[in-house]
Design a binder for this molecule. Structure first.
Ligand code: NAD
Length: 311
């Protein structure tokens, strides 16, 4: 399969690297010149439970340098960069190109549909983890899944082919008509843990102290009440169990939103807490904890400071 990965950071490089390793023609498209240079010079350095190796034969280039339209375009920018990234590769999107988002947050279908025919948009969610260890160097340990479907809900053979390609390279994937339940449960999980950690600068396990877990559960309740109002069945207790498990076991883990705040980068807060608040407004559902965390993360972002001001 000809595949272009747009946004080849931690997740894009992991997926692109594994797909290339299993024989697909993969082009990584990114704006991070140092990352691209390192991949071109030595190959993609991938450390997974399957081993530590360099994957060669991947093309890695800037958006303007990519020329061959793919069958599958995989979008893995942070959500706030999706629109600009798709504009940068619009010359690659042909009438028969499928575009898949496994990004976190809500609103991905709407953003993709501004650049791609709606029947070519694929949507999903993934629990595979990845970190960018340095230019050209990705680490991913542990297990995950991908759930995906055509965004318009139609049964399309290409979706099964894409899931099979991911399965064959070790990224356990299923075509799942109930993908929106998984998307909302992950949004609820992220709205709770990411935003609380970003504001408090606690690691995930530190939320086990004080009222951290109770606040996280309140956000899950709010987010999934909104999902319910949207007609999406989401499992509140299962989501809370995942939150509790993360707090119990993810010792020292800084969620991406906390990492972004500490680095002075904008976060995905608008696609997560922001989107929940917007949907809640449509249904007249109060979401005070989610809204307050949204406002606090916006405040922290606006300050752009990496650490609390000196006393
Ligand atoms: P990342 O920051 O590591 O990678 C994003 C990449 O997009 C960067 O390399 C950046 O240079 C690139 N980019 C930005 N603007 C661009 C543009 N205009 N054109 C091309 N490339 C551009 O982020 P990530 O951790 O890989 O996350 C990507 C998405 O996947 C996010 O929505 C995230 O929430 C989601 N996600 C991440 C994980 C994880 O473990 N990292 C797990 C599941 C889902």
């Amino acid at each position: 399969m000809k595949i272009v990965v747009v946004g080849a950071g931690a997740m894009g490089s992991l997926f692109g690297g594994l797909l290339a390793e299993s024989g697909h023609a993969v082009t990584l498209v990114d704006v991070n010149a140092a990352h691209l240079l390192a991949i071109r010079a030595k190959g993609l350095h991938l450390q997974t439970d399957e081993g530590d190796r360099y994957i060669r034969g991947l093309r890695a280039c800037l958006p303007s340098e990519a020329s061959e339209p793919p069958e599958l375009m995989l979008v893995f920018t942070k959500t706030l960069h999706t629109a600009a990234a798709l504009a940068g590769v619009r010359h690659l999107i042909q009438p028969d190109t499928y575009v898949l988002s496994l990004q976190n947050g809500l609103g991905n279908v709407e953003t993709l549909s501004q650049h791609v025919a709606p029947e070519r948009v694929l949507i999903g969610v993934t629990t595979w983890p990845a970190d960018l260890a340095g230019p050209g160097h990705i680490r991913s340990h542990g297990q995950g899944v991908v759930r995906m479907m055509a965004a318009d809900g139609c049964d399309r053979p290409f979706v099964a082919a894409a899931a099979q390609a991911l399965n064959e390279c070790g990224l356990a994937s299923t075509v799942d008509a109930a993908v929106w339940s998984s998307i909302w449960e992950k949004v609820a999980f992220n709205a709770a843990l990411n935003s609380i950690c970003a504001v408090s600068q606690c690691t995930v396990d530190e939320l086990g102290q004080g009222d951290g877990q109770a606040l996280a559960f309140a956000v899950v309740d709010e987010a999934l009440a909104v999902a319910q109002a949207e007609g999406i069945h989401a499992d509140v207790e299962a989501c809370k169990a995942k939150v509790a498990s993360a707090i119990a076991h993810h010792r020292g883990h800084k969620p991406s939103m906390l990492q972004d705040v500490l680095a002075g980068r904008p976060t995905e807060i608008e696609a997560i807490n922001g989107a929940i608040v917007a949907h809640a407004q449509d249904h007249g559902i109060p979401v005070p904890c989610t809204r307050t965390l949204l406002q606090l993360v916006r405040l922290v972002q606006a300050r752009g400071a990496a650490s609390p001001p000196a006393a």
